[in-house]
Design a binder for this molecule. Structure first.
Ligand SMILES: [Zn+2]
Length: 74
């Protein structure tokens, strides 16, 4: 018997974008958000202005993004 998954109810996938206090230097907006992004160098935790998409901060994130490896918890 094939395994069946029900259709997701959300139309799109999204990540939680945590609001960060601060001001975007180029455009002056205070709508800064922190969230994980996947680049060719792996996952990064970035803080980006949601108005002009200026990157205010970019730090290496967990190797597999939102997935926690059991081995990392040992
Ligand atoms: Zn901005």
């Amino acid at each position: 018997m094939p395994i069946q998954f029900t259709r997701p109810t959300e139309p799109t996938l999204s990540v939680v974008r945590t609001p960060v206090s601060g001001t975007c230097k180029p455009c002056g907006s205070s709508d800064l958000r922190r969230y994980p992004v996947l680049t060719e160098d792996g996952w990064f935790d970035v803080v980006k202005c949601q108005t002009c998409l200026h990157t205010a901060s970019r730090e290496p994130g967990p190797k597999l993004g939102g997935i926690d490896l059991l081995v990392d918890l040992l």
